[in-house]
Design a protein around this ligand. Sequence first.
Ligand code: SF4
Length: 395
Amino acid sequence: MKRELEIYVHIPFCVRKCDYCDFLSFPAAPETYREYAGALKREIRGFEDPGRYEVVSIYFGGGTPSLPDPELTVSVLDQILQKFCVREDAEITIECNPGTLTKEKLEIFRRAGFNRLSIGLQSADDSLLSKLGRIHTWEKFKAEYADARRAGFSNISVDLMYALPGQTCQVWRQTLEKVLDLSNEGCAADRPRGPEHISAYSLIIEEGTPFWDRYHEDAMTKARGDRPLFLPDEQAEDQMQKDLERTLQEAGMHRYEISNYALPGRESRHNTGYWIRREYAGFGLGASGQIGRERLRNTSDLAKYLEAEHPLQEVTQLSRDNEIEETMFLGLRRMEGVDLDRFEETFQMRAEDLYSEVIQQLTSTGLLEISRGHLKLTERGIEVSNLVMADFLLD
Ligand code: SF4
């Protein structure tokens, strides 16, 4: 029987670097896009023994996969479709950034087989967008969203960020309302207004970014529980999270992972596969994959990637403990929690025995619960999820 596989393709190019971003992404010349597409196809062709697998999802992430000439992107997708056995109903997502989409591009993507878009909006407030260093405005996003619906995309995810410098709860609520009020006219979407899926992350100030220079002191102040000057304080951030959950719930979406919300049946299959530790192949600059018990990572050096016959830089053998820890960390991020039967089947031992003390302590303090065969975070547990997860590290 064929094993299930997910495929991730990294497109590292962006129009310009956003001020908070520490992803592997950068501007490049159109000629580089072309060379890169060639290198990607070579890497895909070199994948050994694809016949073992049935591909259940494909995800083009970045960077900005919607930036290069769409024919290049489509040629990479075609290479995957030729090389692998891809399930007929596979979820095929492309990440897009507003300001890089056109009606024609969207039609080309849809015709080629992409059936899901993940659009990085971040905020509906133009002054915040400019503070973040984004290249688009709310109106630009809105027009491109409408084009996407008209091009036939009936599964759209929108990325948002909160706890941004100078952002108030009211401004955050306005963003949520505007997004949920997006018109779906001309498309067979599940409802007349709003996207099918929303990912929402609170801003993290990453070292090496312009935001680090601007706001690091402020982030430290906030972490100490003092009132920061520019960033929303802890109380405001909690309120934003509560507003997020309540507003999306009222709009019929449910939280299925710490930072992800969807209409029923529209949860991201690709990300869910990652959280349940399905095998995945990663193609492209700096991309990582997991095949069997091996974690693979490509070079992050563009010149090397473009030249290399085999861009693989690192292979790490995962120990059994690594796998157990990952199963717990990733599983607890899902609202459904860790499937205890599946854990026992995989590791030939019960999570309740291995972690008996931790589970006992965290359930008695109301941070974890066991329900219908799943170990999961309670509402209070979600608020301190990082601390809870640290308890599942094995020595
Ligand atoms: S568009 Fe996304 S990947 Fe590109 S620089 Fe901005 S945040 Fe980073």
